[in-house]
Design a protein around this ligand. Structure first.
Ligand code: FBP
Length: 552
């Protein structure tokens, strides 16, 4: 294997831990707070999780522990989309586990949660872990989106773990995977399986957060990577002055990525899905507003600019959202019939005929390519795969049409040449920023301490993240306290509440106060590439979102 010079240097990087986690591992003990409550649906959650609901929040402090040195086998699984830093969570678990007892072993389940069901695992030795430290990707053991959700599957997980003497499982995943981790923890407690389950908050989307989880890992690196690319495009368009660039940015539901990138780069337009939903904007209104911005800049001789589009936008436009909900329902109810249709044209005609009312009108008004994309396979959670819907191209097509009309009305006299981009996969496996490298290593190290403290059903929590790493706090939060009940596939299910962009929060307000200026005047910022070596002001700064949310 050949390594790049950066990879060789990154292997040597020693992630920064919070001060408490730098103590001798046998001198770290949990301190328990008051018992916890979920924000809503407390009674139902208590009855669904009789063994793991109401547990206290935990923080680590100095003391003497007699349990950390016990020999133990731990399993780890990566779940869902890649996010920079996953390898360091594993390195953190490994280092803590070996520091506590060199005979303890870490096993990685291969290919995501299906690796547990298929009993497909490998021991993560020092040699393996060392060759992945501070690198991006999940390729150390792979990831997957298989859901573990039935009693049979839970029993199978227990059987497989027992066969390898695995007494604890760390699930590195997003809101759905951590929900599943909580359900599994409850099942293991109920059945006296003797296996603990601890979660770690992952997702570039940044929507797994609350008062105890300030950010999910990967968000920092992914947004900095996209912001670099957006800045480069802004400089290109500012040089050539001939294109409007429409850039779709990942983020399945929430627009945190788009909002953060907008704050880092100051584009001419950045759409925020949550605002579109709140204002009940139609597709036509969004298109008109972009076209007006283009026309206004054109009047100043500036026929160029940048528009950021969040990936999840399409589902948040109320009329398209109801259409997608209807199509989801239709494809679930008449799946056999739909599966028998081969050609896209016929699928579109079948759907058009099966819909009625407003949804039928909206579906019929969309270009053929978008209609076909709306009918593509759902993900294992039954969601439409928004990363495969070319919303940026849809907007370009509709804006072009609107500008033609405006030309006829004399409201636009310029030119509209365009380029489209989608930044998503480019950022998910980047070398983790120093922030993500440090945060992830701390999350993993901390996860082991939750295990050695005999806890289960907790998510690893490292907070005070806008301060330097030595001031970070380490502990754990019961996953059940982050849950509520939501309607899923016609049933009320306990799930971790997704954190969407808060329109009354400081991050959105900061953006909203500046965006009219960015639309009219070219105010681009060029963040440049992530820096790994150099002054802390350049290399260790957290995102604007984290800084604003923590009052800095
Ligand atoms: P997770 O929530 O699993 O972290 O994944 C998030 C994400 O990166 C979304 O931004 C994107 O819509 C989706 O994954 C793409 O999924 P896939 O990798 O299956 O194409």
């Amino acid at each position: 294997m050949k390594y790049s010079p950066l990879q060789i240097e990154r292997y040597k990087y020693q992630p920064k831990l919070p001060t408490i986690l730098r103590e001798n591992i046998h001198s770290i003990v949990p301190e328990f707070g008051d018992s916890t409550e979920a924000k809503s649906d407390q009674r139902e959650l208590k009855s669904l999780f009789p063994n793991t609901y109401g547990m206290p929040v935990v923080s680590f402090k100095k003391g003497s522990s007699d349990t950390t040195s016990n020999q133990i086998n731990v399993g780890v699984v990566l779940s869902g989309g890649q996010a920079p830093g996953g390898h360091n969570v594993i390195a953190g678990i490994f280092d803590a586990l070996k520091a506590a007892n060199p005979k303890s072993k870490l096993y990685g389940f291969l290919g995501g949660p299906s690796g547990i069901l298929d009993d497909d695992l490998m021991e993560l030795t020092r040699e393996v872990v060392d060759s992945y430290r501070n690198t991006g990707g999940f390729d150390i053991i792979g990831s997957g989106r298989t859901k573990i959700e039935s009693e049979d599957q839970y029993a199978r997980c227990a059987e497989v773990c027992r066969s390898h003497n695995i007494e604890a499982l760390v699930v590195i995943g997003g809101d759905d995977s951590n929900t599943n981790a909580a359900v599994l923890a409850e099942y293991f407690r109920q059945t006296d399986a003797g296996i603990a389950v601890i979660g770690a908050p992952k997702t570039i989307d940044g929507d797994l957060k609350n008062e105890h989880i300030e950010v999910s890992f990967g968000f920092d690196t992914a947004t900095k990577t996209y912001a670099e690319l957006i800045g480069n495009i802004q400089r290109d368009t500012n040089s050539a002055r001939k294109y409007w660039h429409f850039i779709k940015l990942m983020g399945r539901s929430a627009s945190h990525i788009c909002l953060e990138c907008a704050l880092q780069t100051q584009p001419n337009v950045a759409l925020i899905s949550e605002e579109v939903a709140e204002k009940r904007q139609t597709l036509a209104e969004i298109v008109n507003s972009i076209a007006d911005t283009i026309a206004a800049r054109s009047r100043k001789g500036e026929d160029y600019g940048v528009v950021l589009v969040p990936e999840g936008l399409i589902e948040f436009i109320p009329e398209v959202g109801s259409l997608i909900a209807k199509v989801n329902d239709l494809l679930a109810r008449r799946s056999d019939e739909f599966a028998g249709i081969e050609q896209n044209e016929e699928k579109i005609a079948w759907t058009e005929a099966a819909l009625d009312g407003k949804e039928q009108d909206v579906f019929s008004s969309l270009p053929k390519e978008i209609q076909a994309q709306l009918l593509m396979d759902r993900d294992p959670h039954g969601n439409v795969q928004v990363s495969r819907i070319e919303t940026e191209k849809l907007l370009i097509q509709m804006v072009e049409q609107r500008l033609k009309e405006m030309k006829q009305e004399g409201a636009f006299t310029g030119t509209f040449s365009h380029q489209s981009h989608f930044f998503g996969y480019e950022g998910r496996c980047a070398f983790p920023s120093n922030f993500d490298a440090d945060y992830c290593y701390s999350l993993g190290y901390n996860a082991f301490l939750l295990i050695s403290s005999g806890l289960t059903g907790y998510i690893s929590s490292v907070t005070n993240l806008s301060a330097p790493a030595e001031q970070w706090k380490a502990g754990g939060v019961p996953i059940t306290m982050m849950m509520n009940l939501e309607q899923r596939h016609g049933e009320k299910k306990p799930v971790i509440k997704k954190a969407l962009v808060e329109l009354d929060g400081r991050t959105f307000s900061t953006f909203a106060a500046a965006r009219d200026i960015w639309a009219a005047e070219t105010s681009y910022i060029f963040p440049g590439a992530i820096q790994y070596f150099g002054p802390a002001e350049v290399c260790d700064q957290p995102t604007r979102t984290l800084q604003l949310e923590s009052g800095r």
